[in-house]
Ligand binder design. Structure first.
Ligand SMILES: Nc1ncnc2c1ncn2[C@@H]1O[C@H](COP(=O)(O)OP(=O)(O)OP(=O)(O)O)[C@@H](O)[C@H]1O
Ligand SMILES: N[C@@H](CCO)C(=O)O
Length: 299
């Protein structure tokens, strides 16, 4: 295996995870993208970042996208090089829109784009390697495959996923709070208990099944299908503003959940103009990205 191309470029979608009851399992991709281009060079690696993460993410070999690129090359026995990388980032970091999963998938896809035999690094291998970076597969699956996905880890510890049928016209709103509220996934996972009451586990099992029906074309089931007792309320203290917005929207009949580990709020509906303006007046950004059906793509 060798590096056969002098450049590769990828477009990778933002994603949500959990969607209420599907903790560490359900995910969905959005038409909202990071774009990365890379060229192998003789000499050290350099990364330029435009947009989100400019001035904060590393610009050398310790950058997550570069680490994933190198892991992809290593997995298929391809040689390493220095890299000149250009990132145009839109997905907020620590925002609940899967930035770290998208970064890992971007790097692995770029590795594919440079290879003499790109089929060696197929979608299943990208999914598996990126899940290794993340620790859980829920954002990675939609970032790789697009659409809505259910992901799990099998008895051998191998990550698996499958598409969930979803009505393509389902409206989605992402409510992104001001930047000061960013929360790393690591911090958000620390507040979760190791054990949960059996009644809560049963509650989420039924709601997850209901959500699958709702997404497939039963919008009347969206409120029941977005109920959760396994993670959101445990995170109330670290996500006070997002939980308040989520609660208020649910009281108004909107199927609102915390997106991933927060603080972004996902609503499986369009907001009224009044509600949108109110949020925007308080510094929130309201996105209506639509569902991405294809996942990460070399461009
Ligand atoms: N495009 C990127 N380039 C380099 N590093 C990135 C990039 N995107 C994310 N990261 C790294 O991942 C961290 C954010 O990951 P984290 O898992 O905490 O949040 P998230 O993925 O945005 O949220 P969630 O998993 O809840 O959706 C950033 O602080 C940065 O270190
Ligand atoms: N399922 C994950 C998503 C964030 O990576 C969590 O809620 O912690």
């Amino acid at each position: 295996m060798r590096l056969a191309n002098e450049r590769a470029a990828v477009r990778v979608p933002a994603t949500t995870a959990n969607m209420g009851p599907g903790f560490d399992s359900f995910g969905m991709a959005f038409r909202y993208y990071d774009e990365v281009e890379v060229r192998p060079v003789v000499g050290p690696t350099s990364v330029s970042v435009e947009g989100v993460g400019a001035g904060t993410v590393p610009t050398d070999d310790s950058n997550l996208v570069v680490r994933a690129l190198r892991a992809g090359l290593e997995a298929v026995g391809a040689p390493q090089a220095g890299f000149e990388m250009r990132c145009v980032n839109r997905i907020p970091h620590g925002g609940g829109m899967g930035s770290s999963a998208s970064a890992a998938v971007a790097g692995l896809m770029l590795a594919r784009g440079l290879l003499s035999e790109p089929e060696a690094l197929d979608d299943d291998l990208v999914f598996s390697l990126a899940t290794g970076f993340e620790g859980h597969p829920d954002n990675v699956a939609p970032a790789v495959f697009g659409g809505a996905t259910v992901a799990w880890t099998d008895a051998e510890g191998t990550p698996r996923c499958a598409p969930m049928p979803v009505d393509a016209s389902l409206p989605v709103s992402l409510l992104v709070p001001p930047e000061t509220t960013r929360l790393s996934t690591e911090e958000a996972r620390k507040v979760l208990p190791d054990l949960v009451p059996r009644a809560d586990a049963l509650f989420n099992t039924s709601r997850a099944a209901v959500l699958m029906l709702a997404l497939a074309g039963r919008p009347d089931l969206l409120m029941a299908g977005t109920e959760d007792r396994l993670h959101q309320h445990y995170r109330r203290d670290v996500l006070p503003a997002s939980m308040a917005v989520m609660d208020s929207l649910r009281e108004q009949g909107y199927p609102a959940v915390i997106s991933g580990a927060g603080p972004t709020v996902l609503v499986l509906a369009d907001l009224s103009q009044h509600t949108r303006f109110t949020l925007e007046r308080h510094g929130w950004t309201v996105l209506r990205p639509g569902i991405d059906a294809v996942g990460a793509q070399l461009v």
